[in-house]
Design a protein around this ligand. Sequence first.
Ligand code: SF4
Ligand code: SF4
Length: 225
Amino acid sequence: MIIATKKHLEDIKEMIKGYRKVLNVGCGGCTSVCLAGGQKEIEDLCTQLTISLKGDQVVFEIEGYTVERQCEPHFLEELDEIVKPYDALLSMGCGAGVQFLAERYPEKPVFPALDTVFIGVNKDIGWYEERCKSCGDCVLGMTGGICPNAMCAKGLLNGPCGGPQDDRCEVDSEVPCAWVKIYERLKAQGRLDNIMKIQPAREWQDQVQGTLVLEAYRDRYAKKD
Ligand code: SF4
Ligand code: SF4
């Protein structure tokens, strides 16, 4: 899932300063699961901003509303009438959710209340770890299911570098070397020959905005942007 954390209250206040009526939009998807932007976090932020801004602004009103997911137009439809009386929107969705809101309501300023930090897993309650940088060319089949882009500090596709010490990463001795883990995983699976297969350098100059249309839907969207 996408992991996000709440911005500092002062930064959020600075963004919405001067707007009298603000709608704080939560997301019931990823940011709800990682305890950053669900219904409870919406209510907490509305309370904090109400207390904090009441003294600064003569009139300030904020209300919260959580949609199922901010990254799906189907779930945003219910907001179309609700947003009308508001001067600005806050979003507690991920960066994609913020942009989808801004695109749907271009006449309203939309501000992010969260920082989107990575695609990761839920290790335990309140403990998340990055696992994928959505590189678009997955090598997990070669690396024993361990992502070198996300877990090697240098993002090496052919590793390890010369630096691991006692299976720790030379950049941060608190974390294991991803390539030692890859070596051990492949060895345990009898697939160590994979580590000798050189991965070609990535082409980064053509990194345009990613779009994926499933084959079955290509005709349907052929004439749309
Ligand atoms: S190689 Fe890593 S960053 Fe790329 S898609 Fe696979 S898991 Fe994600
Ligand atoms: S020590 Fe391992 S994880 Fe750290 S940068 Fe080198 S190869 Fe990557």
